[in-house]
Design a protein around this ligand. Sequence first.
Ligand SMILES: C[S@@+](CC[C@H](N)C(=O)[O-])C[C@H]1O[C@@H](n2cnc3c(N)ncnc32)[C@H](O)[C@@H]1O
Length: 350
Amino acid sequence: MKTALLDVLAAPGDRSALTICDERRENGEVLEGSLIAQDGRRFEIRDGVPRMAPELQSADEQSDTRTTFGSKWQTISDEERDRLSVFQYRWFEQRFGFGDEDGLAAELQGARWVIDAGTGPGIQAARLARVTDAQVLGMDLSESVVRARRSFAAERANLDYIQGDILDPPLRRGSFDLVVADQVLHHTPDCRRAFHSMAELVRPGGQLATYVYRIKPLLREIADEEVRKLTTRLSVDECMEFSEQVTELGRELSGLDAKVTLEKGIPLLGLEPGEHDVQRLIYWTFFKCFWNEELGEGVSNLVNFDWYHPPYASRHTEEEVLGWCRDAGLEVINLDVIESGISLRARRLG
Ligand SMILES: C[S@@+](CC[C@H](N)C(=O)[O-])C[C@H]1O[C@@H](n2cnc3c(N)ncnc32)[C@H](O)[C@@H]1O
């Protein structure tokens, strides 16, 4: 942890200021120590990472989320993670209306603080730190931030990772120029509350960029609801095995390269008239079975696992998300709605 982080860190709950003590430093970074809140609460800094997330017991509502994603990000190899970054970076620029990496860098000119909340393997935070001079913070509920810090933060003076909870962020309100919460808010027990919690961190004139799952057509929703009732109860290993089976189905359907043309379609079930790729048709209308040649088998398995194992994966409508945005006093800059989800970039009025 770099000491600059104390400018935006605060105690969870009352958001009081923190003081640092008993610290051990190396190359200007705090590797071990404690952060003390005004009411005496103590938060450890371990492996260079402030541990500001609640101590979760197995009965707590977010403990399974931490297990799911902690395991997922431990499983992914460096090579798979790098392949995923290429895909995620491109998709991020496009969905949020930055155009390309230069567009993203231009938007961040003059920014002082940026956060990637729910950073997972930390790749987006690392890229944000590369394209801006702002201080960048990656935060996650899981232990993934330890590996992320080791991989990316050691050689970057403007990058830090913390373990923290989006629903009770250990951060000062109104202190970030850009808050990114990409593909994460729907994994909390209350997506709307998570949205507002992130919106509160945005300073006047700053921006929030977020993506949440979209409600799917009827039969896919029924399948998701019922299948997830089973798969969220599986152990990590069991669900990984299930995900491999699902990936195989996606791969084989994709390999058919088959098309069907529907004159009438079945609009009630979300099937429009026209030509459909068979794998896509099954995927979007009936059953999620992800496969992507470019990402390969390992990452495709993890994408399926990411859908079937997390305890929370809420789906939302465009109207709902725009309503949250209005209620939070944010003005829409860019809205991108696709089958899988809704990407929104919005500005807090100055
Ligand atoms: C699907 S991953 C998305 C990772 C990354 N944002 C991306 O776009 O690739 C969701 C991440 O959100 C994290 N997460 C879930 N609930 C959270 C919470 N309440 N606070 C912080 N992180 C959370 C999970 O641990 C996981 O790493």
